[in-house]
Design a protein around this ligand. Structure first.
Ligand SMILES: CN1c2c(nc(N)[nH]c2=O)NC[C@@H]1CNc1ccc(C(=O)N[C@@H](CCC(=O)N[C@@H](CCC(=O)N[C@@H](CCC(=O)O)C(=O)O)C(=O)O)C(=O)O)cc1
Ligand SMILES: N[C@@H](CCS)C(=O)O
Ligand SMILES: [Zn+2]
Length: 763
């Protein structure tokens, strides 16, 4: 019989209980014991849901506090020197300090760097490794959770990230990370022994780096690591996802592991390859339900496609979603406002398990009436989506195909634009600005909730938003910032905000997905052709500009970012969807200009994360991504200064494309990496203006002036000071007001001081 299993279930809880509990704990409104209890309840609930759905091998270890990579680092005692201190702390306190940073005795114990988890909108904390790193088992929530799960009376498998992925994602200042592998493997062996001692047979060992184009040393390291780990007393299910392993599957088949998981949604051709090369006596786990999107599965297709696999592997065939369901909203049943047609097209984590189970039962010939219900619905949906008239808008399709080259190019080159903009804007050296959002306070969120629940009129809500903008404008004037923003109080999220304003895009009420730590997002669902029925941002930008004589930057989310942070239709190439979004935004740029906004920021933080995992596919992606940005921006007059903003991005290998976007100013996140990310701009001789972030907005710690001064001085050695801007790393929405004001004041004061110093003639 086929084994039905799951790689991971959303850990936030069906009502974001984890977020609320951790944030209450941080505010000292919840004790650690109470917090631990919330974690336990979520895990129990998740296991129960999976068990009830018919999952036969439950994942244990998919739950993590804040981040699973951080938790694994702490498991092996990988703690940077600055976070080691004599004050007694619990592992959880230690973990949160590494995640959020701390300030003790005027010293900044900076948080670990945070970056994108492969091509997802999830962010992990980068383990900091040292050349003498040891990996000793010192904290093992996994072992505790195994004990917890035993009461369920369902077989379990332990889940953890594999050693090569852990090393690959970690950072070692000097030296070759692979030198640390033997010590790390000893740590894993220790952990496996402990897992086996608890009677657990299988370990799901996630190595998503298998889907990358790895260099030879890493490929060799993988092979030798699994030779070594196979001596452990547990069975290993080597788990790949987010892409295919076609380049190495034949070789992996020779490793002494017990099974492999393949993401057939991202790489269906792997099934045929597996049929050729994967041994009959080893488990083949097929990832068949899309863990990265929300569309209902084409079950009939899967059932027929899996028949040959069932024949070859029999009991050794396992079925699972393509990847962990961490990246999926939890439960469609909660949605009350989606129209019934659209709703019928969708499947969230809980429903995906039922789809998977029904597929498995059909493959085995053990389907019951519940499975046939799922199959009938699936067939109906697959046909209905293809035929639905609401997914095609012929006006938009025509507009896209009739675009000519001039739509992608600004009127004049940057050199000419720079001159006219300097004259028009008259900004000082080292102009100061922010990235857009100001604190999204409880009061703002409550007003929005009241509006949503009908307890507040639209007019009263609008009055409230206007008053927030007034406050943000006054604060910025008092702080002495040079380019102001309206603060984005009307936006629940930089992507979600646009969803109800665009045709072809739907928004869920409860479709939360973890983005990092306690922060979640509700990705919009792009189901049809995208168009803009009316201006989306003009009203509040124009209002903000009317309240000040200083320039106010308009604020848009760019096409790649709306695309990347949404669930996207599967019946049109993503690049074509991006062009439709770009056209809607292009019209918005025009309208903002006409409303008297002379600086417009088009945020593209998701541009880099959208890069295909295979480098060979980068050029095509970058070409289209840059073009869609240019399609948005190129309508602007020379006098309009186009900004873009990117965070969590490395630029070394894409700097030519960044330059090709031709934004007048780019602001980037650089503070956590101590301006290292600027190297790419320096080396490339990046021609336009740059605002390297001078303080970390993810941490509540107020930066010391000397830290900012040091960073700016470093930046001025890499980029001519005439082309430097001064700004935080990213938006301030997650921060509280006191630290925001204090931090911005430090930033403005340092900028003013350095401005004077740089303006003094050299002796
Ligand atoms: C810049 N980033 C973003 C990413 N992706 C996005 N889609 N958006 C981004 O900004 N990716 C990379 C980075 C980092 N990621 C994030 C992600 C999420 C947040 C964040 O602050 N999230 C908030 C939720 C924001 C939101 O939707 N707010 C709504 C609803 C608020 C709410 O919870 N309301 C309560 C009731 C109100 C109350 O009593 O407090 C409720 O519904 O129960 C809104 O404002 O209306 C989060 O809290 O997780 C930041 C960076
Ligand atoms: N304008 C957005 C960008 C975040 S990446 C903000 O300030 O929150
Ligand atoms: Zn940002």
């Amino acid at each position: 019989m086929t084994t039905l299993h799951n790689l991971g279930y959303p850990r936030i809880g069906d009502d974001r209980q984890l977020k609320r509990a951790i944030e209450s704990y941080w505010k000292e409104q919840l004790s650690e014991t109470q917090l631990l209890e919330v974690g336990k309840q979520i895990r129990q609930q998740n296991w129960q849901i999976q068990k009830d759905a018919g999952i036969e091998l439950l994942p244990v270890g998919d739950f993590a506090w804040y981040d699973h990579i951080l938790q694994l680092a702490l498991t092996f005692n990988v703690i940077p020197e600055r976070h080691r201190h004599s004050e007694p702390t619990t592992p959880l306190q230690q973990l949160f300090e590494m995640a959020r940073g701390a300030s003790r005795c005027c010293t900044n114990h900076a948080a670990l760097e945070m970056t994108k988890w492969f091509d997802t909108n999830y962010h992990y904390l980068v383990p900091e490794l040292s050349a003498e790193q040891t990996f000793t088992l010192q904290y093992s929530p996994l072992l505790e959770q195994i004990d917890e799960a035993k009461g369920l009376n369902v077989p379990i498998k332990a889940v953890l990230i594999g050693p090569l992925t852990f090393l690959y994602l970690g950072r070692l200042a000097n030296g070759d990370k692979l030198n640390l592998l033997p010590a790390l493997l000893a740590g894993y062996r220790q952990l496996f022994d402990a897992i086996a001692a608890k009677g657990v047979e299988w370990v799901q060992i996630d190595e998503p780096i298998l889907t990358l184009e790895l260099s030879e040393p890493w490929q060799e390291a993988l092979a030798s690591a699994y030779q070594h780990l196979a001596k452990s007393p547990v069975k290993l299910l080597l788990t790949s996802y987010f892409g295919d392993v076609t380049l190495s599957l034949e070789q992996i088949a020779t490793w002494p592991i017990d099974g492999i998981h393949l993401d057939l949604v991202r790489g269906f051709e792997q099934l045929n390859q597996a049929l050729q090369v994967w041994p009959k006596n080893k488990v083949l786990s097929c990832g068949v339900v899309d863990g990265r999107n929300v569309w209902r599965a084409d079950m009939k297709k899967w059932i027929s496609q899996l028949q040959p696999a069932q024949k070859k592997w029999g009991d050794q065939l396992w079925l699972a979603p393509s990847c962990s369901l961490l990246h999926c909203p939890v439960n469609i049943e909660r949605e009350e406002h989606l129209d019934s047609e659209l709703r019928s097209w969708l499947s969230f984590a809980k429903q995906k398990l039922s789809e998977l189970v029904a597929i498995g039962h059909y493959v085995d010939g053990r389907a019951d009436h519940c499975d046939s219900h799922w199959l009938a619905q699936s067939q109906q949906v697959v046909e209905a989506r293809v035929q639905s008239p609401r997914v095609i808008n012929s006006v938009i399709r025509k507009r896209v195909v009739s675009l000519t080259e001039s739509a992608f190019t600004r009127q004049h080159s940057y050199a000419i634009r720079q001159k006219v903009q300097k004259e028009a804007l008259n900004l000082p050296l080292l102009p100061t600005t922010t990235i857009g959002s100001f604190p999204q306070t409880r009061a703002i969120r409550q007003q929005r909730t009241a509006l949503r629940q009908g307890q507040l009129s639209q007019a009263d809500y609008d009055t409230f938003i206007a008053s927030q903008i007034d406050e943000v404008i006054t604060c910025q004037e008092q702080l002495g910032l040079d380019v102001l923003v309206h603060g984005e109080p009307e936006r629940n999220d930089m992507v979600e905000y646009f969803a109800p304003l665009l045709n072809g895009v739907a928004q869920t009420q409860y479709g939360w997905v973890q983005s990092y730590g306690t922060r979640c997002v509700k990705p919009p669902i792009i189901f049809g052709d995208v168009s803009r029925p009316a201006p989306m941002t003009v009203r509040w930008s124009q209002y903000a500009q009317s309240r000040t004589t200083k320039p106010v930057k308009g604020m848009l989310t760019g096409p790649q970012t709306i695309l990347g942070w949404s669930f996207v239709r599967s019946d049109l190439p993503r690049a074509d969807v991006a062009d439709q979004i770009a056209l809607a935004l292009r019209d918005e740029v025009s309208d903002l200009e006409q409303a008297g906004i002379h600086l417009i920021q088009i945020d593209e933080p998701a541009l880099r994360e959208g890069l295909p995992l295979r480098r060979s596919q980068w050029p095509e992606y970058l070409h289209r991504a840059v073009r869609s940005f240019r399609l948005t921006a190129s309508v602007a007059q020379d006098t309009t200064q186009i900004h873009t903003h990117m965070c969590y991005s490395e630029f070394n290998d894409i700097i030519a494309s960044i330059a090709d976007m031709d934004a007048d100013v780019i602001t980037i996140e650089t503070s956590r990496s101590a301006m290292k990310l600027l190297d790419a701009f320096e080396l490339f001789d990046y021609p336009n203006e740059i605002g390297p972030g001078v303080y970390d907005i993810h941490s509540p710690v107020v930066p010391q002036p000397q830290w900012i001064e040091k960073l700016l001085t470093l930046a001025s050695k890499k980029i001519p000071v005439e082309r430097l801007w001064v700004n935080p790393d990213c938006g301030l929405k997650t921060r509280d007001w006191p630290e925001t004001l204090a931090s911005l004041q430090v930033m403005v004061d340092v900028a003013r001081k350095l401005r004077k110093e740089f303006q003094q003639p050299a002796h």
